[in-house]
Design a protein around this ligand. Structure first.
Ligand SMILES: Nc1ncnc2c1ncn2[C@@H]1O[C@H](COP(=O)(O)OP(=O)(O)OP(=O)(O)O)[C@@H](O)[C@H]1O
Ligand SMILES: [Mg+2]
Length: 473
């Protein structure tokens, strides 16, 4: 496929000699020179209305997107990547600060961007060509021009032959090609992509990435810059000229990396691996010089609260499985290697790593995950001992501790889940509150600290944990 797309491209180039000037007919601004600033945010903040008050998502983002670059926005789930992308595209308004496209403050949808979504977002009742024409229709382009442009985009992206197919007849990779063609057909200055490869199988994703890069490198890509949202470090290092890492709660720029590697990039080269390691350390927040006091992963154990130290989304089974795997490797292992062996991304393991860290079962040292003494004991323990060790450790997790101590102080040893929901709603979205409570329920149940009855949504101290009769008086 990569080759056929490239051949198409060369043919197109011959047919459209000197086609660099796309501006005249469509009334678009002249082609931006390399380095020219296309998008710029200054002090961009964004908050969402939560169950109780405002939830800060982005805080003080200063970002420039320049012509000629592929910029990757990298961050963990919930760090505000999609929110930032939507703000840049003008799909949602900024809270405060400014967003400009070619020096013009943005009002409403950004005329210089088009978006590719993770989930393709195709209309099932329209053919490939009709789906691709949609963007032009919305911009009032006449029917014959629309058809021409759509066929060109379809050709460019390797979809020719599929013009009259419906989305349901296509594989995931082909559907995402339609997503690309639909965005490219409007020849936006900046192509915005929100995790465009993450719903595809590994090989399809790899093939599409390669084709996209070939098109970009060939100079015939009909956009001047690409903003790629991803949580995949390797994808960012493979594709981007610059990587901006967002931290969480609220999203801030943690660090920027220039990727000065020649293309096509060799994943096995030392420089490639070195950059992966550096980005990885910033992503995990474990690099001393990038630490910001007061960040959630920086809170001293005795100052942790359910508000500043959320529970990682990790089940007891998941975190125990990881502890066992590390134990089998001698109590220490290189995380990127482990992820590789398991066919996972490092970031898939991060919630489990965070959980082991929070529980005091493991520590991060460079790229290595190291079991602590108690972590090693936990990994090797029988069920009873592992429950005892887990119970002690889980009381160091603020939400588990809050639930346990609240129940202990309540004469009946029971409390409605709504109580904890309300407490958490001050700091989290309702989705996050649900996740926090699900994890706390899983951990507390396994630790036999408390039980949870879904009907009537009530936490109850475990029998062995019931308050003594004197406390019930
Ligand atoms: N419309 C909304 N209303 C309220 N909260 C929202 C809304 N959209 C996102 N959020 C919250 O804002 C935070 C950032 O969300 P966002 O989708 O931008 O993150 P992300 O980095 O793209 O995450 P992911 O990797 O999971 O896609 C999250 O905590 C999310 O729950
Ligand atoms: Mg997202």
């Amino acid at each position: 496929m990569a080759l056929s797309a490239l051949r198409k491209l060369r043919a197109n180039r011959k047919n459209r000699a000197g086609g660099a000037d796309r501006s005249s007919a469509s009334g678009k601004p002249p082609r931006a020179a390399d380095g020219e600033i296309l998008l710029e945010t200054v002090g961009l903040t964004k908050t969402y209305a939560g169950a109780d008050g405002e939830l800060p998502v982005l805080a003080g983002i200063d970002l420039k997107v320049r012509a000629g670059e592929i910029l990757a926005l990298l961050g963990r789930s919930g760090s505000g990547k999609s929110t930032l992308l939507r703000c840049l595209a003008g799909l949602i308004p900024a809270g405060s600060g400014t967003i400009a496209y070619r020096d013009e403050p943005l009002r409403g949808a950004n005329p210089g961007t088009a978006m590719v979504f993770q989930t393709f977002a195709l209309l099932p009742w329209l053919t490939v060509q009709q789906n691709v024409e949609l963007g032009l229709e919305a911009r009032g382009v006449p029917a014959d021009e629309r058809a021409d442009a759509a066929l060109r985009a379809i050709d460019l992206i390797g979809l020719d032959g599929f013009e009259s197919a419906f989305p349901k007849e296509l594989s995931g990779g082909m559907r995402q090609r339609v997503g690309f063609a639909r965005a490219l057909v409007v020849e936006p200055d900046v192509l915005m992509m929100d995790e465009p490869f993450s719903a595809l199988d590994v090989l399809t994703a790899e093939n599409l990435r390669g084709e996209l890069l070939e098109l970009w490198e060939s100079g015939r890509f009909p956009t001047r810059a690409i903003v790629l949202v991803t949580h995949n470090i390797e994808e960012a290092v493979l594709m981007a000229d610059r990587i901006v890492v967002l931290g969480s709660r609220p999203g801030r720029i943690k660090e920027s990396f220039e990727v000065a590697l020649d293309r096509p990039r060799d994943r096995n080269s030392a420089a490639f691996e070195d950059l992966i390691d550096r980005v990885y350390r910033v992503m995990t927040g474990r690099v001393k010089e990038t630490r910001v006091p007061g960040r959630p992963d920086e809170v001293e154990p005795d100052r942790r609260t359910p508000a500043n130290t959320p529970l990682p989304t990790a089940s007891v089974d998941g975190l125990s499985g990881l502890a066992e795997m590390v134990a089998h490797r001698g109590g220490r292992c290189d995380l990127p290697d482990l992820a590789d062996d398991l066919g996972l991304e490092v970031d898939d393991l991060l919630p489990l790593v965070d959980a082991l860290d929070l529980l005091g079962f493991a520590k991060i040292s460079g790229d290595d995950l190291l079991l602590t003494e108690v972590g090693a004991a936990y990994a090797g323990a029988d069920v009873q001992l592992s429950k005892t060790l887990f119970a002690e450790a889980a009381l160091g997790a603020p939400l588990v501790r809050l639930i346990t101590t609240s129940l202990r102080q309540n004469p009946e040893g029971t409390l409605r889940a709504g109580f904890f929901r309300d407490v958490l709603a001050h700091h989290y979205t309702s989705e996050q509150v649900t996740e926090q409570l699900e994890t706390a329920t899983d951990w507390g149940r396994y630790a036999e600290l408390y039980a949870y009855d879904a009907d009537p949504q009530e936490y109850r101290l475990d029998e062995d944990e019931q308050p003594p009769p004197s406390a019930q008086a």
